[in-house]
Design a protein around this ligand. Structure first.
Ligand code: SF4
Length: 224
């Protein structure tokens, strides 16, 4: 009797690339790590369109880069800190510089997971900024996840993935962003941030949305 046997499928090597908008060294401007040196790896693309978004330039601009080349660039930018600018204990603990994956939305690209794993293996303290719209459970547990909770003013509240809340660890932080339109003029936004050790740390940041406002990372472009 004829038995159907499917032709064996040859698995092609999985791509080891990510589409990167930019990689740069600056100071961390958010979370409980604010003020510390940080290498930012900004990934291209986001599937949300928050009303206050200040990184629309990352929606589409970017170039494909391999995971080894991204890790090498992070190592290059981190080198001064590992050669003596930081205290020995900070370097030994992998504390400085921090490395943050941000966007856009890093979790839209599957290879962000092995990249974070590799950066943890390299000894860095790795932060992930995520919109809260995608499953955070596969992220390496060594990564500090800084997760947005979208408020109604964002226009994207329906995209909150509430199931993520049960995956948060004591080292993670949540970041609700809300508009204070009736209290101050012109409208300003307030960014309370931080859920650590079960306590919500409120760190309001006031930032004009009409002009020079910039309450995300302290970005080289903001001082040009
Ligand atoms: S999730 Fe972040 S990057 Fe995406 S639209 Fe909202 S603010 Fe912008």
């Amino acid at each position: 009797m004829f038995t159907y046997r499917p032709t064996p499928v040859r698995l092609l090597p999985v791509s080891d690339t990510l589409v990167i908008n930019e990689i740069y060294l600056s100071l961390q401007g958010e979370s409980t790590f604010a003020g510390l040196p940080c290498v930012f790896v900004r990934l291209t693309a986001c599937d949300l369109r928050c009303s206050y978004c200040d990184t629309a330039y990352a929606f589409a601009e970017g170039t494909k880069q391999s995971l080894p080349s991204i890790r090498a660039e992070v190592q290059r930018l981190a080198k001064p800190f590992r050669e003596g600018r930081s205290s020995k204990s900070e370097v030994r603990s992998g504390r400085l510089p921090l490395v943050e994956l941000t966007g856009g939305e890093p979790l839209l690209q599957e290879n962000s997971l092995p990249l974070m794993q590799g950066l943890c293996d390299d000894g860095f303290t790795v932060l992930l900024e995520t919109s809260g719209a995608h499953d955070i459970s596969p992220v390496d547990p060594r990564v500090r996840r800084i997760m947005d909770l979208k408020c109604p003013g964002s226009g994207e509240v329906a995209r909150n993935r509430w199931d993520n809340l049960r995956h948060l660890k004591s080292t993670d932080e949540i970041k609700p962003v809300s508009f204070l339109t009736s209290v101050v003029s012109p409208p300003r936004r307030c960014r309370p941030s931080g859920l650590t050790d079960g306590k919500l740390h409120v760190r309001p940041k006031l930032c004009s949305i009409h002009g020079i406002g910039h309450d995300r990372e302290i970005h080289p472009r903001s001082v040009e």
